[in-house]
Design a protein around this ligand. Structure first.
Ligand code: IMP
Length: 450
């Protein structure tokens, strides 16, 4: 069977811990979209692993696939694999030959576009991670991308670079009016230098047998009865189709992306479990609306600071402090509908312990209308007034003891909070995260046991 893990909010819901936990029961863990913009922290036996590209299951020794829907920065990939090897692990990671490569010029262009947008006063900078994600997907759709398979054939690689690079150079020089020659960014636009570097990367990928036809490989594994876990990165509300456009990433973190981005058929993926990962409050890194954001007055800002500190809400990839808000049920309803959740896992329930007050947004008011889900435009979402319900708070508890004793050991108010959430989105709770370690999870249902 398959299990697809999807971020229900804006990324950073703590997907890595669940992927790692349930990944132990999987034979293959697959990433199907995104690239090294993702950040997963996996804590195993007190050791902390920060991964952005290598699938989280690799910490447990499960085969990791980067599917065709991913955009791969091979330098990040090798650095992470080398680091894990130095720490005594032996990750088995394979990359789809159909996946697109993030080239150095994509990262440079990501930075330039963000600077230009930030300067033009229109307020439309996205606050990207600067990893070149958007420009790489643009080239994929524009049919001028470099794919992993191209790195394995130096002649094809040269052809692709000779076609794409002059266009990129013209974009920087003629459209953005920047001079590249005296700039340390020039190497990113030098065909010969790029060819040498990326042909060598292709050699290493080939030497280590790291490339794969992901559709064919996953089909065989599925037919052999293996368990396949799809590890979504980012989250529903930054999905390029279903998120808060244009403040989105350029891929589909929602469950449909798992089939398209891996080549395993949609009936196979749809026949499995789809679990939405929920943070018990909201965090957002980057720009865009956040109706329940705690930034109204000094009290709210102090509360946001408290949650940020307790929850370690600083970007894994960029270190940026995350914006904080109350749990927003219209966002969760949208997420559950788009991906068809069969269950949810709610993380960071420990972080809310000991607060003076606890609110949940149950709906929005917009232009005199009540809404139960997220409007389709950023402008309308920005103008939504949250409708809140205030729930009882709970005292801090011993996370390890609760994780061991099970769900009933959670404080009653925390159980009420979870039951309220599950009821509102009509989806059962499969797991509750009460601390960062994999062991600090209360499991009600293991989707692979279903
Ligand atoms: P990009 O994916 O780097 O193009 O960034 C686009 C938007 O998605 C920005 O608002 C980023 O902050 C956000 N984003 C990208 N990856 C993640 C993630 O893994 N967690 C949370 N936000 C992310």
């Amino acid at each position: 069977m398959t299990l697809t893990i999807v971020g229900s909010q804006l990324g950073d819901e703590g997907k890595g811990a669940l992927v790692d936990r349930w990944g132990g029961d999987a034979d293959v863990v697959v990433r199907y979209q995104g690239g090294d913009n993702a950040g997963h922290t996996v804590v195993e036996g007190g050791a902390e692993y920060k991964l952005s590209l290598v699938p989280s299951g690799a910490v447990r020794g499960t085969v990791g696939i980067l599917g065709n829907g991913c955009v791969v920065n091979p330098k990040t990939l090798f650095t992470e694999i080398d680091d894990l090897r130095e720490r005594g692990l032996d990750p088995d990671v394979r990359v789809a030959r159909r996946a697109h490569v993030i080239m150095p010029y994509h990262r440079v262009l990501d930075g330039i576009e963000e600077e230009v947008k930030a300067d033009d006063d229109a307020g439309d900078a996205v606050g990207t991670t600067g990893r070149g994600i958007g420009p790489t997907y643009e080239d994929k759709a524009g049919r001028r991308g470099v794919r992993i398979a191209d790195l394995l054939d130096p002649d094809t690689l040269r052809e692709k670079l000779e076609y794409a690079v002059p266009q990129k150079r013209a974009l920087v020089e003629d459209v953005y009016g920047l001079e590249l020659d005296d700039d340390d960014r020039a190497a990113a636009f030098d065909v010969d230098a790029l060819h040498e570097e990326f042909a060598a990367i292709g050699e290493r990928l080939a030497d280590e047998g790291m490339t794969v036809n992901s559709s064919d490989y996953l089909h065989r594994r599925f037919e052999a009865g293996d368990e396949i876990l799809f590890e979504g990165a980012q989250g529903t509300h930054i999905d390029v189709d279903h998120g808060n456009y244009p403040f989105v990433t350029s891929s589909n973190p929602t469950a449909g992306g798992a089939a398209v981005g891996s080549g395993l058929g949609v009936t196979r993926v749809g026949d499995g479990e789809v679990v939405g990962i929920v943070k018990a409050y909201l965090s957002r890194v980057g720009e865009g609306p956040l109706p329940t954001e705690l930034d109204g007055d000094a009290d709210e800002e102090a509360l946001a600071d408290e949650i940020r500190e307790k929850g370690g809400e600083f970007g894994t990839v960029t270190g940026r402090p995350r914006r904080i808000g109350w749990l927003d049920l219209p966002m969760l309803r949208h997420a559950a509908r788009v991906s068809g959740f069969t269950g949810v896992a709610v993380n960071h329930v420990d972080v809310l312990a000991g607060l003076d007050e606890l609110k949940v947004c149950t709906g929005y008011e917009l232009d005199g209308e009540e809404l139960d889900t997220v409007p389709t435009t950023t402008d309308r979402w920005e103008r939504c007034e949250p409708v809140y319900e205030t729930l009882d708070t709970w005292e801090p508890f011993d996370s390890s003891a609760v994780a061991e004793a099970g769900y009933d050991a959670l404080p009653e108010a925390a159980r009420d909070y979870l039951a309220f959430l599950a009821d509102e989105i009509d989806t059962p709770i499969y797991a509750v995260g009460v601390g960062p370690d994999r062991e600090e999870t209360v499991e009600l249902t293991n989707p692979f046991d279903e």
